[in-house]
Design a protein around this ligand. Sequence first.
Ligand code: ZN
Length: 272
Amino acid sequence: MNKKIFPRILFFAFAFLAITFSANAQYPRFKVLCFNNNEVEPAHREFEADAIRFFKDLTVGNGFVFDVTNDISDCNEEKLKNYDLVMMLSDQPHSPAEREAFKKYMENGGGYIGFHAAGYNDQSTKWPWWNEFLGCGTYYRNQWPPMPAKAIITDKNHPITKGLPDTFIAPANEWYQWNPSPCVNKDVKVLVSLSPDNYPFGLKDQVRDGEYPVVWTNTKYRMVYLNMGHGNRIFSDATQNYLIINAFRWVVASNKKGNVFGDPVPLKKIKK
Ligand code: ZN
């Protein structure tokens, strides 16, 4: 081998390895702790199983860690501090210690994405901070049986809804209403609501009026709540899947470490 070329090859080999290692060092970019509950009703367990599969699929390439726990007592300070995002599929903190740990986590910049029954609360819940956090009152009523619904993007400029069509048909779900509605909370940004076109909505139990927000964020926290989460159809629609991924990305991207996904590539650059 030419004596002059060999050091060059060596240099490029080291440079390549250095770049490869520094690139790999960025992964995983963040950690998620997903709370699953095996004790909930069958339709909620169906959703949980689908959701875990859906989000685990997104970890391909070890972009992020997705840990699942069936134990709500993992909602403690020692555990939560290791995670950028807490996902609650159909449960919420119950004991005073779990509630205090969760509150502290959220008040210190923790991330939350909650689905469906995770937001359920009634007179027996007795946790006023939960209502403050969720940005609405207690569970009010639902339509029944689970049905698809016409959904409207109520804020088209938010990163979560950007690029979505003005309306879409959300797959079959049991849809909750709240009283008071999050629509009247000045700290809440409602992103998706069900259309009045659905009224009278339901067969056995009908909802005939009222605001029907189903996806929102309380701007005081790094959180998003989605009412989807009942049965095995939730991930059957590409538009809704896109919305769910956007919501997930947004909570992570708005973490205290800055935008972990980096800035989006400008369209002009892609065209060239
Ligand atoms: Zn349900």
